[in-house]
Design a protein around this ligand. Structure first.
Ligand code: NDP
Length: 292
């Protein structure tokens, strides 16, 4: 079973999906294959992850009907600009080998070149109008940048994908999203970023989360995923291991109490693990997205 969320344009999206950031291309087909076999129907990739082709391969080979799988990808900042972004869609669609994408996001705002970010978003609006994508959105947008986007474009983003785990919850962004009717989707939802960059305080070892997990006979990861789902967020945990991919999906048979959710909410430190959106520049760290 899974849980669906209705986006602000009526499109239904699975709340829980598999993320594939830092999943090497050669590991991606197996990870996505394992996820689809487990029951996942949402895959979150990005042009910048370099594995769209393998995501597409796995979906095609899985035997699962294309219409049942919700494919989400992101335009990288070096492809921002109206015409460049339209072309970037063609690159991603060709690599994924699909005619239509379910959700297309701008990967990062570029605050120092926001006119170009706006032009990129206008290209997403055109792709939506043309039926090439079913929904459009953004990632790593702050309340201020969301407001500016709203002032200068027509379509309310369906999704804002942001860093969100028990130690960093961005309540201001969540409020801004909710006011717009934009779904907040959590990246690093189980706090991967608190551990894989040599972090000394991983969410997986948090005593409060482990206590709650023990009370339910569940794991820390499962508790964190429930914490998102019960608060109406989408979450896209990443793993390359079939056992963890299955573990992260076995979350539909228990409920956290209000007190347990509040206890996890109270763990926030306000310390971001990822890049500050304000520091992203138009050269996008020199990453150029290859043609299909
Ligand atoms: P996650 O919170 O999903 O954590 C992933 C890490 O945790 C990996 O190191 C994984 O290792 C490990 N892990 C997975 N499941 C378990 C488990 N059950 N128990 C213990 N460890 C586990 O972090 P990510 O940063 O990967 O975020 C998830 C997704 O969000 C990305 O894949 C991507 O799709 C998206 N994202 C988007 C960003 C953006 O800017 N828009 C930025 C970062 C991520 P292993 O694979 O070895 O199991």
């Amino acid at each position: 079973m899974t849980m669906m969320i209705k986006l602000n344009n009526g499109v239904e999206m699975p709340a829980l999906g598999l993320g594939v950031f830092q999943t090497a291309p050669e590991a991606t087909t197996d990870a996505v294959t394992a996820a689809l076999a487990t029951g996942y129907r949402l895959i979150d990739t990005a042009a910048a992850y370099g594995n769209e082709r393998e995501v597409g391969d796995a979906i095609r080979r899985s035997g699962v009907d294309r219409a049942e799988v919700f494919i989400e990808t992101k335009i990288w900042v070096t492809d921002y600009g109206y015409d460049k972004t339209l072309h970037a869609f063609e690159k991603s669609a060709a690599k994924l080998d699909v005619d239509q994408l379910d959700l297309l996001l701008l990967h990062q705002p570029v605050p120092t070149a926001f006119d170009t970010t706006i032009d990129a978003y206008r290209a997403l609006e055109q792709l939506l109008a043309d039926g090439r994508v079913r929904a459009i959105g953004v990632s790593n947008f702050t309340p201020e940048l969301l407001a500016e986007l709203r002032n200068r474009t027509e379509i309310v983003p369906a999704v804002n994908q942001i860093e969100l785990h028990p130690y960093y919850t961005q309540p201001d962004v969540q409020t801004a999203d909710a006011e717009l009717g934009t779904l907040t989707q959590a990246w690093s939802p189980i706090g991967g970023i608190t551990s894989y960059r040599g972090g000394t305080r991983p969410t997986f070892a948090d005593p409060t989360i482990l206590d709650i997990a023990a009370a339910h006979g569940k794991t820390a990861a499962q508790v964190m995923i429930r914490w998102h789902l019960q608060q109406g967020r989408s979450a896209i945990p990443k793993s390359v291991r079939p056992q963890r991919i299955a573990e992260n999906f076995a979350v539909f048979d228990f409920q956290l109490t209000t007190e347990q959710i509040a206890a996890i909410d109270a763990l926030k430190t306000g310390e971001r693990g990822g890049i500050d959106p304000a520091s992203i520049s138009a050269d996008g760290f020199g990453l150029i997205i290859p043609e299909a």
